[in-house]
Ligand binder design. Structure first.
Ligand SMILES: N[C@@H](CCC(=O)N[C@@H](CSC=O)C(=O)NCC(=O)O)C(=O)O
Length: 418
């Protein structure tokens, strides 16, 4: 025979299906004071005390209202606690879950896509009490050579659009802040080209250096002409701050790389951004050289693969500078490595390292002009090592061949090996 006091098999999620006797039994077992025998009143009591929290509805009386307020404050406390807990328990930055949308997952190898993407509240160094209201979303994360290769996206306040960057964190970053090398990619690239093709992670882990690889331009800004050519607009930001009306609101890659990105990296990762170097390829080689010449206090060394050395003298550079900076060629000189080398007053801790493939079609088309950089540096007594590599082209196969040399080159200064 059924014992009316045995509540073990009752469906407490649907008390309206229970008999009055069963409701009374459950309430009595939980030592809930019965105020009336009326089934409707008993049901209210059941909902208030027995149903799991989200299903409970309190009555519209004083006590019910008190319970509703109590629940609200408990929930707020719980939310705050879970954020604080994430901050305290993670060696990395705090994370909150955000909904997954496929839009920002473009170009990520499916095996690396993080379907449980997390958002990190970006912290603003020096103003720890005033957190920036921007989210850093972890797009992908994969173990590689004992470290982590991750990709993040965030809303850039400088570029006024969403930006992605790759960051490789070596194993040593689990216990201390590590130095960093910024990698700037070339025309048509996203952050993915370096992450997937350069083969840098093994050497970055060996040297205990983080590598940050941002995208090459703002994207999706709805500027007329932005998508028209592969060497201007999207994928071709040229690491300048545009001054022309049409572009100057978004195309500010110089400020993004020198200001916004280092703040994000320093504020959210175990990275010492005061111990930084910079390198890049082609358009990104031009970016690395020019950013270094203007910011020798922020970067300890520079290297480049097949850089555009003298953009004011080559078709790629002329097209980009005309578009972003306008017709006054004097202003172009602010972003030309050869012109900047002529006026460079800083000291170099180690020589500038440049690798250039001799079979590079863009070298033959006179887009790169390493001979001009060599001449200026020689005239100025600026130490530069330009290695002309037989039979190598412009591709990431060439980069992957010599990336170890470049990382070890920077490691001399970043890890105090001199
Ligand atoms: N139009 C071609 C060529 C584009 C190209 O070669 N881009 C280079 C950089 S060139 C100078 O900045 C590059 O790095 N490509 C990416 C890669 O993974 O090789 C095209 O659209 O492919």
């Amino acid at each position: 025979m059924n014992d009316p006091g045995d509540c073990t098999n009752l469906d407490i999620m649907h008390p309206e299906l229970l008999t009055q006797e069963q409701i009374v039994a459950v309430l009595t077992k939980r030592q809930i004071k019965l105020e009336s025998e009326d089934k409707a009143v008993l049901l209210e009591l059941f909902k208030a005390h027995i149903l799991p929290q989200p299903q409970r509805q309190y009555r519209e009386n004083r006590r019910g209202k008190k319970n509703i307020n109590k629940r609200k404050s408990q929930q707020a406390d719980e939310n705050e606690f879970s954020v604080k807990k994430a901050k305290l328990s993670s060696k990395e930055s705090p994370r909150l879950f955000v909904p997954f949308t496929p839009e920002s997952q473009k170009c990520i190898p499916p095996s690396q896509i993080n379907k449980d993407r997390k958002v990190i509240q970006l912290s603003s160094p020096g103003k720890s009490s005033k957190r920036q209201k921007m989210g850093l979303i972890e797009v992908s994360k994969v173990r590689m050579f004992s470290g982590w290769q991750k990709v993040f996206s965030h809303e850039s306040s400088v570029l006024k659009c969403k930006m992605n960057f790759g960051i490789y964190l070596p194993q040593t970053s689990e216990t201390k802040k590590v130095p960093v090398i910024y990698w700037l990619s070339g025309l048509t690239c996203t952050e993915q080209n370096f992450v997937t093709k350069a083969g840098a992670q093994k050497y970055a882990n060996e040297e205990g250096i983080a590598i940050v690889a941002p995208d090459t331009s703002p994207r999706g800004c709805n500027i007329e002409g932005e998508e028209e050519s592969w060497d201007f607009g999207t994928g071709a930001g040229f690491y300048v701050d545009a001054t022309e009306e049409k572009w100057r609101n978004n195309y500010r890659m110089y400020s993004y790389i020198t200001e916004e990105l280092p703040k994000i990296i320093g504020g959210n990762f175990p990275v010492d951004t005061s111990n930084a170097s910079i390198m890049g390829h082609s358009m990104g080689g031009h970016g690395a050289l020019t950013i270094f010449f203007k910011n020798a206090d922020k970067f300890k060394s520079v290297s480049a693969f097949a850089p555009i050395c003298n953009p004011i003298e080559c078709p790629w550079g002329q097209k980009a500078f005309n578009g972003y900076l306008g017709q006054n060629k004097e202003t172009w000189k602010n972003y030309d490595a050869c012109e900047m080398a002529k006026n460079f007053n800083g000291s170099l801790k180690i020589p500038i390292l440049v690798d250039q493939g001799k079979a590079d079609s863009f070298l033959l088309q006179k887009q790169l002009l390493p001979e001009n950089l060599e001449k200026v540096c020689s005239d100025k007594n600026l130490p530069v090592t330009i290695r002309m590599q037989n039979e190598y082209d412009h591709s990431y196969f060439f980069i992957a061949t010599f990336i170890e040399d470049h990382i070890k080159h920077h490691s001399q200064v970043l890890n105090g090996k001199l």
